[in-house]
Write a protein that binds this ligand. Structure first.
Ligand code: ATP
Ligand code: MG
Length: 415
């Protein structure tokens, strides 16, 4: 294991030729199994961003974000193009100076610490390999600059290449390798330096979909193996959901929600998050006052019970449900949260069937039913009972996407 081996004491030096950051040495980190959330702040690789802001002339690229990344965590920053992901990463790396706010690495304000002295390394989408150097020398480059002994370099490069499954390709040049292999060299080159934080900016962005998926799994396994903090930037929601311990969803320079993948997907706190992560059905509704995290919601002539989390707003709201959470039943089935509907469209997707159902309240819903091979009785033109389970309904503020969530505000009760 790379991170737990004894390391020689070496001097920190900037690598002017490559722009590479040479981190200072740090004590061996605990294994994934040894990690405890309670001591996360004490261990190497902990990051805190406090009111972090970056303005480029009139553009608020990063707009006062507050984020905590635990040591050893796989943390993703997810959001659409231009929302400030790369700018945030570049500020953590030290390539960009914040306009205001603080960055704490392991509790220490890094404002005055140059990038090459931060114990942080970056992997870029473009790989940034030296084309004239062999794989071995690309990976060894940073170690040699640090003055690590030849014997140690050989050992550490071999370990790193084994980790990214490139043993045997040491003598190839980057041009003689596939995109996926080049990306692995870039990863090995970063990991071999034993940073406590690895920043990854869309590292799989240049690869085709199949290879991307394979590398997502590998990258996650690698992160668990080395146990260092990964801050991973992507605009691909599936990628973030698959790999991350937690995700920060960003929009227009702000963080809309930070949560575990399941919560971000199933309990979005804003319309933007609900919309950005997967397909959501959104209906206009009127909510009554919340009690114990639930409230009554009026959808035209129908009253439903819904989870509303800590949203205390009543009055006009958005009611959100994922297509796979809608249940179809025979027409006329009685019970709570049922609305009659009609199947208007039926699309075969192979592993599932996607239906468009028109509800008696006027809304159209997308419904996804897994194909279990037993046949799906709800063909086009079938009247159905549509069950919207209370636990699957999210009540969100009807404020426009990007506006802060409407929390704790009272309002008129539902009609
Ligand atoms: N050096 C710069 N000068 C001026 N504006 C900049 C600069 N760098 C970034 N911006 C602007 O800041 C905003 C955020 O950019 P950033 O590169 O952080 O977005 P991003 O989330 O990484 O997007 P993408 O997914 O396209 O990479 C954008 O509006 C961008 O045009
Ligand atoms: Mg970017």
């Amino acid at each position: 294991m790379l991170t737990r081996k004894a390391r020689p004491l070496v001097r920190n030096r900037p690598d002017a030729a490559s722009g590479e950051q040479i981190p200072p040495e740090d004590p061996p980190r605990p294994t994934t199994k040894e990690r405890r959330p309670a001591d996360a702040a004490d261990r190497s690789g902990h990051i805190r961003l406090i009111d972090l802001t970056k303005r480029f002339d009139a553009v608020n690229a990063v707009d006062g974000i507050n984020v905590e990344v635990h040591a050893g965590e796989f943390f993703s920053m997810l959001g659409p193009s231009g929302c400030g992901k790369t700018t945030t990463l570049r500020m953590i790396a030290g390539f960009e100076h914040p306009t205001s706010g603080e960055i704490l690495l392991d509790g220490r304000d890094v404002a005055s610490i140059p990038s090459y002295k931060r114990n942080v390394n970056t992997v870029f989408q473009s790989y940034a390999l030296f084309p004239h150097l062999k794989v071995f020398d690309n990976v060894a480059f940073g170690l040699r600059r640090k003055g690590v002994s030849r014997h140690e370099v050989r050992k550490r490069v071999a370990d790193a290449l084994e980790m990214v499954r490139l043993t045997g390709l040491e003598n190839r040049k980057p041009a003689q390798m596939s995109g996926g292999q080049q990306q692995r060299v870039a990863l090995a080159r970063a990991i071999v330096l034993h940073p406590s934080v690895l920043l990854l900016d869309e590292p799989l962005g240049a690869l085709d979909a199949k290879l991307r998926k394979a590398l997502q799994v590998e990258l996650k396994a690698l992160q668990q193996e080395v146990g260092i903090t990964f801050v991973y930037v992507t605009h691909d929601q599936e990628e973030a959901l698959t790999m991350s311990d937690r995700i920060a969803v960003m929009n227009a320079g702000r963080v809309e929600q930070v949560d575990e993948p399941q919560r971000v997907y199933e309990e979005p706190e804003t319309m933007f998050v609900a919309d950005f992560l997967g397909v959501s059905n959104v209906m206009d509704a009127v909510a009554g006052p919340a009690q114990g995290g639930a409230c009554r919601v009026r959808l035209d002539a129908f009253e439903l019970r819904a989870d509303c989390g800590d949203l205390a707003a009543s009055g006009p709201v958005k009611l959100v449900i994922r297509p796979e959470r809608v249940r179809l039943e025979p027409h006329g089935t009685l019970g709570e949260n049922r609305i009659p509907g009609m199947v208007e469209r039926w699309v075969y997707l192979g592993n599932a069937v996607q239906l468009l159902v028109h509800l008696a309240c006027g809304a159209d819903l997308q419904v996804l039913i897994q194909n279990s091979g037993e046949g799906i009785p709800f063909v086009q033109g079938t009247p159905v009972g549509v069950h919207l389970p209370a636990g699957a309904l999210r009540v969100l503020s009807s404020a426009p996407a990007g506006a802060p969530p409407d929390r704790g505000r009272g309002g008129p009760p539902a009609k």
